[in-house]
Design a protein around this ligand. Sequence first.
Ligand SMILES: Nc1nc2c(c(=O)[nH]1)N[C@H]1C(S)=C(S)[C@@H](COP(=O)(O)O)O[C@H]1N2
Ligand SMILES: [Mo]
Length: 400
Amino acid sequence: MVRDPGRRLSGLLTWLTTPLPPPPERLRRGPLRPGAFPSPLRSARLSANLGAALGVMMLTCLITGVLSHLIQHPPAWFTWPSRPIGLYRFTQGLHVATGLATVPLLGAKLWSVYPRLFAWPPARSIAHAAERLSVALLVAAALSQTVSGLLNIAHWYTPMPFFFTTGHYRVAWLLTGAVLIHLGVKLPLIRATWRRPAPPDGRRQVLAAAGAAAALITVSTLGQTVRPLAGISLLAPRRPGSGPQRLPVNRTAAAAGVRDLALDPGYRLTISGPGGGVSLTLAELQALPQHTAVLPIACVEGWSSTGTWTGVRLRDLITLAGDVPAAGEAVVESLQADGRYRTSVLAGPHLTDGLTLLALRLAGEPLALDHGYPARLIAPNRPGVLQTKWVTRITVREAR
Ligand SMILES: Nc1nc2c(c(=O)[nH]1)N[C@H]1C(S)=C(S)[C@@H](COP(=O)(O)O)O[C@H]1N2
Ligand SMILES: [Mo]
């Protein structure tokens, strides 16, 4: 016989919400005593308002972050256009800017609610205990995202126990789930709070201070991608105009271990495809029709910088190795022996776009060694990690 599921559910709910035995009163000391947190600046309204501001930042950060993930690991259903050329520069700039703006907002939010850590009794029921655990998860996930994002921008991977992008991506979904649970639980309280008229004395100091801190952080880091703000870019780890040929360097030739190979006069670019293959010297590449494109490097870390690139169109190059399959893609490989960014795949609109170049020159000079000499990929509207430097092999194949 099947038991009535409705009765089962109500039994479960009763069990979850049955009051737990109260803890002994003598434990009510220090922060657990009544009136331990007297600040009049804290209120349900402040917590709800900070939550709303955080929610907007986090949602923007999530959408732009998932987009960046899809572009770097495209599933079959996903295509990213090659125009407008600066779209990724914008979405990823927004990802990092909103992520940075959460730092003061999250700090203020934690300050506004941390007395609840010492709520008495610690758990009123099993359901209440579970809700508190979900808040613990929420706080841990939010801090983990902020800290790992900051460490990544600072290129400081040592303290991270996981590979950054994988960890950052997975915890983003954990955080999303925890935020949704939290919103579901708090919705009645939030609505009741916002329905009440705001207090006339307008205790807005904390909200205003957190907002001002967020604005200050934004203004002093946005110069890493908005050139006119570069002069006041006090907190940004990268500036657009710095580095050889006025472009920042992410990984140097020495760090990638390619110095000798890149400078070797025996350098060849090998192009192969279903129809055959060719091998070209640098002089032969230079003798092919040259094109110039003004395109940004837009790093996932949020910095970006425009360069004037000159080289051979990729679509011209690959036809040297025979006809390109209709649904073709090209695997671009560098001289680098290992490392995550030694290869990238060019597919769809980026493969055929006339602005996609195998660049030989930057800012009117041969590429600096650190920018990918003798040849590097540069394509419109693409994350920096996919703009492979020190290219030595291009393989055309049927798209997977
Ligand atoms: N072979 C190779 N290419 C690479 C990388 C790398 O580590 N190895 N780093 C990428 C990253 S993360 C970025 S942001 C750009 C930066 O290009 P730049 O150093 O010329 O500014 O190069 C990309 N190309
Ligand atoms: Mo990058």
